[in-house]
Write a protein of this length. Structure first.
Ligand code: AMP
Ligand code: ZN
Length: 464
C-alpha cells in the first residue's frame, strides 16, 4: 500500500491510479537559461525516487517533464525580463543556443545522478499552438482580459482560486505587499500571453490572435500535461516554491478551462539550503554538480546525501555532510565488493523477506528514504544473512535508491600492493615488527588495509 503526501489535502493518502496500473506523472522541468543547481537537482532526485517507487510497486509510469525555454520571467509577478533572454545576453549567444546548451548540461547532470530519463521531454517552444488554444478556451469562457502588456487570467472569476496554496486572498487584496502590475485587476491575476515590447525585438516571439508575443510561464505546463497525459492525470510534482504561484495558477487554468483540478496528487519537494539561505539561480549563490565533481566527489555521494533526508524536510547542504555521504557510499561499495568476493556460502538464518517488507514499508510510507537507507545498513551488519541473500536484497533495493550498486565490480589489487604485503609478511615472520608496521602504514596510505586471518593476510581496498 503506497501512501503519498498530497499537498492539495495537506495529508498522506493511499495512492491508487486513475486507470488500471498506469500512472501519469508530470514534473515541472528546468528553466534552461543556466546550469541546474544542486537545489534543483535535489528536487529531480526526489521525483526520480517517486517514479522508481511507483515502478517498484508494479505501476507503468508515463513520466512527462517539460523544458521551460520561454516565458519564465525574472519575477513571479509577471514583471521583469524573460530569463532566457537574460541568459542569452549574459553569454552573447542566441536564446536558442542557450536553451540547447543548458538542456544538454541538464541531461548530463541527470545521468550522472542516475536519474531515469522521463518518457517524454517536451519543450515549451514546441507547444505554442497548444498554449494558444488553451488561452482561446479561457477567453471564450470569460476568464481573460487584456492589458497594455498582455492577456491576463482573472483569478476573481474562480471561486476557489488559491486552494492548493491555501492563499489568503482577502489578505492579499488588502495588503500592499504585492506590487500591482499596471492594468492588473487583482494582485493574483497572471499573464497568459505577453505582448512583445513595442521598440525591442525579442528573439522568441510568435503570432497569436492577440498580437505578436510569447506565452506566460504557467500555461505551458497546463497545455503540455493535458496533451500528453490527459486531464485529470495522476501525479504532479515540483519544488515547494511552485505551490503558491506556478501550481496554483496551473490549477486555476485547468479548473477554468476544463472544470477539473488537473492532477489528483500534488507532491512537493522541500528546498536545499546553504548557509546563506535558499539556493537560487536568480540569486547567483548556487553550486553546480560539476563543481562538486571538480572537488573530487562522486555525484552519487550527492544522491546519497539527498536520500538521507526526507523529501519534505529542508536539507542544509554542507561540505562536511557531502563528505559523510561520500564516506557512506564508499563503505557501501566496499561491503558489496567484499560480499561479491566471499566464496563461503552459508545458509541464512534470517529471512530476506523480513528485510524486503521493512524496506518496502519505509519507501511506501511517503518515500521515507532515510528509513530505507537504515534497512540497507541493517542488512550489511546482519551476519545471519548469507552473502548471496545480502547481495540480492541490496541490488533489488538499488532499483529504487539508484546508488549504482549494480555497477560495482570486484577490485583488482595492484601488483605493487601485493608485493608490499608479502614483504610485510616476511618481515613479520622474521619478527621485524617495526619494519613490518612501517610497510603496513605505507599500504594504508595507498588505500589498502591488511587483515590477518587464519588463512593468511587478506588485502582490502579502503577507497573506492
Ligand atoms: P527552475 O529551473 O527554477 O524552474 O526549477 C527547477 C526545479 O527546482 C523546480 O521544481 C523548483 O521548484 C526546484 N527548486 C528551485 N530551487 C530549489 C531549491 N533551493 N531546492 C530544491 N528545489 C528547488
Ligand atoms: Zn510547471
Amino acid at each position: 500500500m503506497l501512501k503519498l503526501y498530497n499537498t492539495l489535502l495537506r495529508k498522506k493518502q493511499i495512492f491508487r491510479p486513475l486507470k488500471d496500473k498506469k500512472v501519469g506523472l508530470y514534473t515541472c522541468g528546468p528553466t534552461v537559461y543556466d546550469y541546474a543547481h544542486i537545489g534543483n537537482l535535489r528536487t529531480y532526485i526526489f521525483e526520480d525516487i517517486l517514479r522508481r517507487v511507483l515502478e517498484y510497486n508494479g505501476y507503468k509510469v508515463k513520466h512527462v517533464m517539460n523544458y521551460t525555454d520561454v516565458g519564465h520571467l525574472t519575477s513571479d509577478a509577471d514583471t521583469g525580463e524573460d530569463k532566457m533572454e537574460k541568459g542569452a545576453r549574459r553569454e552573447g549567444k542566441s536564446v536558442w543556443e542557450i536553451a540547447e546548451f543548458y538542456i544538454k548540461a541538464f541531461k548530463k547532470d541527470a545521468a550522472a545522478l542516475n536519474i531515469l530519463k522521463p518518457s517524454l521531454t517536451p519543450r515549451a517552444t514546441d507547444h505554442i499552438k497548444e498554449q494558444i488554444n488553451l488561452i482561446k478556451i479561457l477567453e471564450k469562457k470569460g476568464f481573460t482580459y487584456e492589458t497594455k502588456d498582455g492577456i491576463y487570467f482573472d483569478t476573481s472569476r474562480l471561486k476557489d482560486y488559491g486552494r492548493l496554496a491555501r492563499l489568503d486572498i482577502k489578505g492579499l487584496k488588502a495588503g500592499a505587499r504585492i506590487k500591482m502590475t499596471e492594468g492588473k485587476k487583482n494582485p493574483t491575476d497572471f499573464a497568459l500571453w505577453k505582448f512583445s515590447p513595442k521598440n525591442t525585438k525579442r528573439q522568441m516571439e510568435w503570432d497569436s490572435p492577440w498580437g505578436k508575443g510569447f506565452p506566460g510561464w504557467h500555461i505551458e505546463c497546463s497545455a503540455i500535461s493535458a496533451k500528453y497525459l490527459g486531464q485529470p492525470f495522476d501525479i504532479h510534482t515540483g519544488g515547494v516554491d511552485h505551490i503558491s504561484v506556478h501550481h496554483t495558477n496551473e490549477v486555476a487554468q485547468s479548473e477554468a478551462a476544463l472544470g477539473k483540478v488537473p492532477a489528483k496528487f500534488w507532491l512537493h519537494g522541500e528546498h536545499l539550503l546553504i548557509e546563506t539561505g535558499k539556493m537560487a539561480k536568480s540569486e547567483g549563490n548556487f553550486l553546480t554538480l560539476n563543481y562538486l565533481i571538480e572537488k573530487g566527489f562522486n555525484p552519487l555521494a550527492f544522491r546519497y546525501l539527498v536520500l538521507t533526508t526526507h523529501y519534505r524536510s529542508k536539507l542544509n547542504f554542507t561540505w562536511r555532510s557531502l563528505q559523510a555521504g561520500q564516506n557512506a557510499l564508499d563503505t557501501l561499495y566496499g561491503k558489496l565488493r567484499e560480499i561479491k568476493h566471499e566464496t563461503m556460502r552459508k545458509v541464512s538464518s534470517q529471512s530476506p523477506a523480513y528485510y524486503e517488507k521493512k524496506f518496502l514499508s519505509a519507501i511506501n510510507d511517503d518515500l521515507d528514504t532515510p528509513k530505507a537507507l537504515s534497512v540497507v545498513w541493517q542488512i550489511i551488519k546482519d551476519n545471519r544473512l548469507s552473502s548471496q541473500d545480502k547481495k540480492q536484497l541490496l541490488l533489488k533495493f538499488d532499483k529504487i535508491l539508484g546508488l549504482g550498486l549494480d555497477k560495482i565490480k570486484p577490485l583488482k589489487i595492484p601488483q605493487k600492493i601485493k608485493q608490499l604485503a608479502s614483504q610485510r609478511e616476511i618481515l613479520r615472520i622474521n619478527k621485524q615488527f617495526i619494519q613490518a608496521d612501517r610497510l603496513r602504514k605505507k599500504i594504508e596510505n595507498l588505500g589498502y588495509r591488511i587483515e590477518d586471518t587464519s588463512y593468511g593476510p587478506k588485502i582490502i581496498a579502503t577507497r573506492y
